[in-house]
Design a protein. Structure first.
Length: 256
């Protein structure tokens, strides 16, 4: 499940329609060449997966897969970014914090090591996607969408805001109560490498820890047909792990 964009750095999850006004660090000019020089293997995989998705009948799958794969194809290795002499100091500190958080997730929390958050993608907005959820207006029974592989889930994501708005209108016309929220991250459940989005460099370290621990929980454990358990497992981890991480970094007596 995707995380809602925080109201402001350090304040946890925000209202579905509240967008954080984040300064988006630009990618150093020298990295544009690196991002364009994608290996033939990665590009071939991109094309093959895209062609497979295009063979599906649903336009929604086609469109979301295009944006999803294009975003990951643009991502560059964190090492390439860190070695650039023109890298802004705040971005360098951000990368160091992320590596520290990733190590803590494996060494202390016992999560399985992965390549998630080892690539960086520059985005021109302060969120990743819009996610729509709905329920029956009288019983509050959640509305589910059916997907291949992962099964039924109580939300549907859109990379284009106008598409999410059309889905909201459709569901409201059918009598559902509907919300649409901006999310700053979601897990591809270990199938793809999830990148660092440039806008999260503006987040405080505790919010970065929440994001990584939450999405890493989904990548480590996802049970088909158990969406409530999956969400509660990630939420439980996020309620305890960030504080433990901060105590480890700054000491148990550090100021909040």
């Amino acid at each position: 499940m995707g995380r809602s964009v925080p109201k402001s750095s350090g304040q946890g999850q925000g209202h579905p329609h509240v967008i954080m006004s984040a300064k988006v660090p630009s990618m150093p000019e020298s990295l544009y060449t690196a991002s364009v020089n994608i290996t033939l293997v990665r590009f071939s995989l991109f094309v093959l997966v895209l062609l497979a998705v295009l063979s599906m009948s649903s336009c929604w799958y086609t469109k979301q897969a295009f944006f999803f794969l294009a975003e990951r194809a643009r991502a560059v290795p964190v090492e390439t970014l860190a070695d650039d002499p023109g890298l802004a100091s705040e971005v360098k500190q951000f990368l160091e914090n992320m590596e520290s958080i990733r190590r803590f997730a494996v060494d202390t929390l016992g999560l399985v090591a992965s390549k998630n958050y080892t690539r960086y993608v520059a985005l021109d907005r302060g969120y990743v996607a819009d996610v729509v959820s709905a329920c029956d207006s009288a019983s509050f029974k959640r509305h589910y969408w059916r997907y291949p592989v992962v099964g039924s889930l109580p939300y549907k994501g859109f990379y284009v805001e106008a598409d999410a708005e059309r889905e909201v209108a459709r569901l409201k016309a059918a009598g559902f109560d509907v919300i649409s929220r901006k999310v700053d991250a979601f897990s591809s459940l270990g199938v793809f490498i999830d990148p660092l989005s440039s806008f999260i460099a503006a987040y405080d370290i505790d919010v970065l820890a929440e994001l990584v621990f939450h999405e890493s929980a989904h990548a480590n454990l996802f049970i088909k047909g158990a969406d409530q358990f999956n969400a509660e497992f990630a939420t439980f981890l996020v309620r305890h792990a960030p504080e433990l991480y901060l105590e480890t970094i700054y000491g148990p007596d550090s100021a909040p």
